[in-house]
Each structure stands twice: as structure tokens, then as C-alpha cells.
Write a protein that binds this ligand. Structure first.
Ligand code: PLP
Length: 460
């Protein structure tokens, strides 16, 4: 019946959905969402859903923060558009740049604005190339990211991404993009191997990769503090410490993709702070505006900025920027978002309620279908498996995770399945304890219902 409304019929006739199984949406119809309130969204028929993913990991302040709407409206009246090219700049964008440097991990000096996480990562790839050209190292251009990473879908950011759907059929990754091992202790560690020993092994493998390629050819290492779309993978203890030792040895830039972790997801303003990462470059987006306006940023250290400035003295121009870089309306929304964070001490709130989510997820670790329950702060996951002893997953064609998502939706909770039947949780940061319990209850019900379905179909 989802497909029955006028909006659904229009959608099926005219809309090419992003990142969607196109045949499936044609068959099942879209869920048409018409309004939001707090941590809930409502479909056209008035059915209410608790949004367990904050949309796409982004609506940190929920779906009805009027102050963000008012900030956008005020800015629209004062200055609806201006650009930052060639020495001009909207006042509000400079205010945001200063604010971001103020809340960023130590060492960030300048902010470049873009519109999406993909663009921020594309910009970081180009920055790594420009930087090494400026330093007279034209061969130091390779980028290393990790298998299962998600960094976006533009040509460069999709090349950084380490997931098959971003590569197969798209002639990607482009040359010069390499992928290192995924840091996932539960799946990747050898029997009895501690997190620390596993982290050291991965750092040694990274070092071997850099040496095999030639350190003079490797520009940067990209990493999400917690890998998001690849499965909500929390790094093993000491992983980033070990990796940074290797990067430092070969003068390879550490680029932290904070598009999901940035702005409080892990309980600190940035995931880099949670995991002791010392980035040279940070990319961020999503929760910077609580998702209410498209905006992203690339922050660079003062050391890198000085090199760029020197180079542009020679070339005359830093030839990279977008029409909407630092657009005043999203800038105003981002500033208001950060003001609300401070006034409500949202980071303290996240730390207070996070144990409800984390303990709730782990409470289901004994379920016959949950291989691993994991997470940190307000991000987490269940990895569904066919056989807990061998950790073997279900046949992807059985689409067990998709069945879970359907069951959860019918109960009134929106959750997301990631490749490998991994169920992701990333609710709005403003979620209250009783709402987290509601989300977890729907999820637990959906899990049992899916398990009955799996057994009835003979899938396990
Ligand atoms: N980086 C990470 C870690 C992401 O999760 C995403 C999107 O989900 C991106 C980059 C790409 O951002 P966008 O979809 O805004 O291009």
C-alpha cells in the first residue's frame, strides 16, 4: 500500500533514487516521509517512526529544531547568497571558520568549505596532490584508505571508498588509490590475538604496503575514526597510535574523515579525540548543520596551510573551490547548531545516554543470529550471521538484513542494513533514554521476527 499514494506514484514515475536498489523500490514503492518531530518522522498516512539512523547519520538535533529554521530564515533575509572567491567573503562564513577551528582537535588552522562529504574528501585528495607538488615531490601521490571504508561517491572519494558497490560497474578505483586491511578485531584477528597485537599486525602490514609501493610515492592515509557504512567498525585498541607511527616515519598525511563521527557521535566533538588520532587534515559534514542544510568542511593544519600559501604566491591562485563554498545560509545553520551544542551541553548528554544504547545492543549478543554487537557513543551495530561458531554470514541473495529493516519499519522504527547484513544504529544525538529504549525494543522485536522468518525459510 506504500506505493498507492499520489506522491508514491509520482516518485515511481519520475525519480531516480540515489544509492537504492532501483528494481526493489519500483516493486515495493518508496516510504514517503512528510514531516518530522523530535527523533520521529511521519509518513503521509500519519504513521510515526522513531529514526534510529538520524536519517543518514546526520540529524543530530532531531527533525524539528526551529532555531535552525529561524537561523536560515534570518540569514536568507540578511544575505541569501554570497561567494568566497577572489578575496570576498560572507561575514557569517568567516565566523563559522573561526568557530570550527576553536572546536577542532589541536593543530587545525584553516577551514575550506564544500557542500558534501564526498566533495570534502575529493578536496582532501587534491590537497594532498597540490601539497606534494608544492614541496617539489611530484611522485608522492598515492592515497591509501581501507577496505570497507566509505568516503563518498564522486570519482576520487568513491575510489577511496573500499566497498564493491562503489567500484564494480563504475571503472573504479582510479589509478593511485590503494586499500589497506579493515581493522575489525572480531573478524580479522587470529585466535587468541589481543586487540593490541592485532593493531600492531595491521600497522606492520601498512608499513609493508608503503615500502612495497615506495614511500616517495605515498601521499596520504584516509580513515574514518569509526568506519560507518562499511559496518560500524570501532578500531581496536592502539590501532591509530600504531598507524600514526608508520605514517610519521614516511611523511604520509593522516586525513581523518569525520563526516559521521564529527560533532559528537562518539561522545567527543570529533572521533579523532576519542581515538587519539592526530590528523593533518579533517573532513566533516552531516551533523555540522544537523543535516538541515548541505555543507561540508576540510580543515587543514597551519603547517599545510603555509605550504599552500607559499605555492599560491608562485602560481597566483589556489585553483580549487565551489560556487557554494561557505554559502551563508548553511553557515548560519552550522553556527546555530554549534551554539545549541554548547547551550545544552550535548556532548555530556551523549555520554550520559550512550550506555543505554551500547548495553542494549550488547544485551542481544546471545541471540542466535547476532554474531557481534558493537559500537561506541551513539553509534552501534548488530552483525547478523548464519552460524555464530564459524561467523559465516547469510547468502546475500536471501537479504536477511533487508527483511529485518522491513520488520523494524512495520513496528515503527527506521534502521538501516549495511553490506553483510549489518544493522546500523545512529540515532539523533538529542535522543532521550526512554526513546532509546523504545528504539531498542522495536529492534529486538524485529530481530526475533526475522529469526522466525530465517528458520521458516530454512536459511539457518
Ligand atoms: N564520508 C563518510 C564517512 C560518510 O559516511 C559519507 C556519507 O555517508 C561521506 C563521506 C560522503 O558524504 P556525502 O554523502 O555528503 O557526499
Amino acid at each position: 500500500d506504500q506505493a498507492d499514494s499520489a506522491a508514491a506514484r509520482r516518485d515511481l514515475a519520475f525519480h531516480l533514487h540515489p544509492s537504492t536498489n532501483l528494481a526493489l523500490v519500483q516493486a515495493e514503492g518508496p516510504l514517503v516521509i512528510s514531516r518530522g518531530e523530535g527523533v520521529y518522522v511521519y509518513d503521509e498516512a500519519g504513521n510515526r517512526y522513531i529514526e534510529g539512523m538520524a536519517g543518514l547519520w546526520c540529524a543530530g538535533l532531531g527533525f524539528s529544531e526551529k532555531r535552525l529554521a529561524e537561523a536560515a530564515y534570518r540569514q536568507m533575509l540578511a544575505l541569501p547568497f554570497y561567494h568566497s572567491f577572489s578575496g570576498k567573503v560572507p561575514a557569517i562564513s568567516t565566523e563559522l571558520a573561526e568557530k570550527l577551528v576553536g572546536v577542532a582537535p589541536e593543530g587545525m588552522g584553516r577551514v575550506f568549505f564544500a557542500n558534501s562529504g564526498s566533495e570534502a574528501n575529493d578536496s582532501a585528495v587534491k590537497l594532498a596532490w597540490y601539497y606534494n607538488n608544492a614541496l617539489g615531490r611530484p611522485d608522492k601521490k598515492k592515497l591509501i584508505s581501507r577496505r570497507k571504508a566509505y568516503h563518498g561517491v564522486t570519482v576520487a572519494s568513491a575510489s577511496l571508498t573500499g566497498l564493491a558497490f562503489a567500484h564494480s560497474d563504475w571503472d573504479l578505483p582510479a589509478p593511485r588509490f590503494l586499500h589497506a586491511e579493515t581493522p575489525h578485531h572480531w573478524r580479522g584477528a587470529r585466535p587468541g590475538e589481543s586487540e593490541e597485537a592485532y593493531a600492531q599486525r595491521l600497522a606492520d602490514e601498512l608499513e609493508r604496503l608503503i615500502l612495497a609501493e615506495g614511500p616517495d610515492t605515498v601521499a596520504a592515509f584516509f580513515a574514518e575514526p569509526v568506519m560507518g557504512a562499511g559496518g560500524v567498525l570501532v578500531p581496536p585498541a592502539t590501532y591509530f597510535e600504531r598507524v600514526q607511527q608508520v605514517l610519521g616515519k614516511y611523511d604520509v598525511l593522516m586525513i581523518a574523515d569525520e563526516v559521521i563521527c564529527g560533532f559528537g557521535r562518539t561522545g567527543n566533538m570529533f572521533g579523532s579525540q576519542t581515538f587519539g588520532i592526530r590528523p593533518d587534515v579533517i573532513t566533516c559534514a552531516k551533523m555540522m548543520t544537523s543535516g538541515y542544510q548541505p555543507m561540508s568542511a576540510m580543515m587543514v593544519s597551519q603547517r599545510i596551510y603555509s605550504v599552500l600559501e607559499d605555492q599560491s604566491r608562485k602560481l597566483g591562485v589556489f585553483g580549487h573551490g565551489f560556487t557554494y563554498s561557505g554559502h551563508p545560509v548553511p553557515a548560519a545553520v552550522a553556527l546555530e547548531t554549534l551554539a545549541i551544542y554548547e547551550e545544552r551541553d550535548l556532548l555530556a548528554h551523549v555520554r550520559r545516554v550512550a550506555p543505554v544504547l551500547q548495553e542494549g545492543l550488547r544485551a542481544m549478543a546471545d541471540h542466535p543470529m547476532v554474531g557481534e554487537a558493537r559500537g561506541v557513543g551513539l553509534i552501534g551495530a548488530w552483525e547478523l550471521v548464519r552460524d555464530k561458531a564459524t561467523k559465516a554470514g547469510f547468502d546475500p541473495k536471501a537479504a536477511v538484513g533487508a527483511q529485518f529493516v522491513r520488520n523494524a519499519q512495520r513496528r515503527g522504527a527506521i534502521l538501516r542494513v549495511l553490506p553483510g547484513d549489518i544493522i546500523a544504529f545512529s540515532p539523533p544525538l538529542v535522543i532521550e533514554e526512554h526513546e532509546l529504549r523504545e528504539l531498542l525494543a522495536h529492534a529486538a522485536g524485529a530481530l526475533d521476527e526475522t529469526w522466525q522468518w530465517v528458520k521458516a525459510k530454512g536459511l539457518a
